[in-house]
Design a protein around this ligand. Structure first.
Ligand code: ATP
Ligand code: MG
Length: 396
């Protein structure tokens, strides 16, 4: 009998045709994120199994609870074979020191040629428990312990506890997209939700030194690191936006500053996205949150790109976004008070209903093309690794 981690898949079981692609991606993601823990990973269409040194199980489980594509994690035991006598003997051994008052047996058999049905297996093993453990009784409605028995083709498995996974699709199955990552609360949450649908993130951050500080940039790196906990790594593209912002400030009407600035951001994002094979742009815009996020503003800004722009938090209330940000540990970082390039030149009365024609006219007042090229050529690419492996690097 060997201690083992059993993984149940999330929505993947509905992916009939390309299930193998989903599962091999999940395995590759786990191989990368568990690379320090000396694990062996195997899988079939129903389960993934992780073997490794028991002393690492807590750390491994911690990582698994941050891996998309997993519905449930069970720490259990793999038996040498699926013979019923062997299962009975192993069960007696396992319940010996376990604190049980009432119990229920959940039996499942994926080996349909097994000869005994699941209810029969549950009845027989229930009898074994009653006979071998004092002061226990069966309670199928509200048991203190659920004993799970799974009979598969070569082995049987016994486990007691369930840990909930975070669901979603394995990161990468949906391809890559570029997240516009500011230091705020919304964009990291948008990134998290996109990753949950299987998107691998590259991030773009617009900095405006000396108007924005190194501390503001470090804050964004720290957010990227936290997001990388869910995907192993993310690539961060830092683009210098100073000259463009100053040119807009100098040449365009102030009520249009933000609108034109965001059109420039979208143009750069599209080109960086294409350069790095990203299929869409993702950002943290939320309908009506600020002047640049009214539907009229959004359409006026959006029209500079033909790429899909995904806004995962578009329809969420701020409080709901904050709740997710707290859950994924980006909130505490986001609320640190560093300036963002969007906040340094805020006009007193930003326009709520800008028009595309006005934007196009005002953008003719200055030749922005060379500055856009310079900004793109200035891109600094930082590969941001996950925080967890750093935190534990001295233990392993
Ligand atoms: P957040 O809390 O995510 O910063 P916000 O409410 O502050 O959002 P805005 O500043 O209007 O909203 O920005 C809207 C979106 O534009 C952000 O969620 C982010 O995706 C993107 N964005 C804004 N500033 C930057 C920046 N400096 N670099 C990259 N993306 C940015
Ligand atoms: Mg912001």
């Amino acid at each position: 009998m060997q201690k083992i981690i059993i993984i149940k898949y999330a929505e993947l079981s509905t992916k009939k045709d390309n299930i193998n692609f989903f599962l091999s991606t999940l395995k590759e993601n786990l191989k990368a994120s568990l690379r320090d823990y000396k694990v062996n990973i195997t899988y079939d269409k129903g389960r993934m199994f992780i073997n490794g040194p028991e002393e690492n199980f807590d750390l491994i489980t911690d990582k698994l609870t941050k891996t998309f594509g997993i519905h449930e994690i069970n720490i259990g035991y793999e038996l040498e074979n699926n013979n019923l006598d062997n299962i009975s003997a192993s069960l007696i051994e396992l319940i010996k020191d376990k604190d049980i008052t009432t119990f229920k047996i959940n039996a499942k058999r994926s080996d349909k040629n097994y000869g005994i049905t699941s209810p029969e297996i549950a009845r027989i093993l229930g009898g074994i428990v009653l006979k071998n453990k004092e002061n226990v009784s069966v309670d199928v409605h509200n048991p203190s312990t659920i004993i799970n028995i799974e009979i598969r083709y070569q082995h049987a498995y016994i486990y007691f506890d369930k840990i909930k996974g975070i669901g979603g699709y394995p990161v990468g199955v949906a391809g890559k997209s570029l997240l516009m990552l500011s230091g705020g609360i919304d964009s990291p949450v948008a990134g998290y939700l996109a990753m949950k649908r299987g998107v691998r993130l590259e991030c773009i951050y617009f900095e405006s030194p000396p108007h924005t500080s190194v501390a503001a940039k470090n804050k964004v790196i720290s957010l990227a690191k936290t997001l990388a906990d869910y995907s192993g790594y993310v690539k961060l593209h830092v683009v210098n936006f100073t000259a463009i912002q100053e040119a807009i400030l100098k040449n365009c009407p102030h009520e249009y500053l933000i609108t034109i600035m965001r059109r420039m951001m979208y143009r750069i994002s599209e080109r960086i996205a294409k350069k790095h094979n990203c299929k869409a742009i993702i950002n943290g815009e939320s309908i009506g949150q600020v002047a640049s996020q009214t539907l009229t503003s959004m359409s006026c800004i959006n029209c500079v790109t033909s790429m899909p722009v995904i806004r995962p938090v578009a329809c969420l209330d701020k409080l709901d976004i904050i709740e997710i940000a707290k859950k994924i540990s980006t909130y505490e970082i986001s609320i640190q008070p560093y300036e963002d390039c969007c906040t340094i030149f805020v006009p007193e009365h930003p326009i709520i209903n800008p028009t595309r024609e006005c934007c196009e006219t005002y953008e003719e007042y200055f030749d922005f093309a060379p500055l856009l090229n310079d900004a793109i050529n200035s891109e600094e690419v930082i590969k941001v690794e996950n925080k967890i492996s750093e935190e534990y690097s001295d233990i392993l």
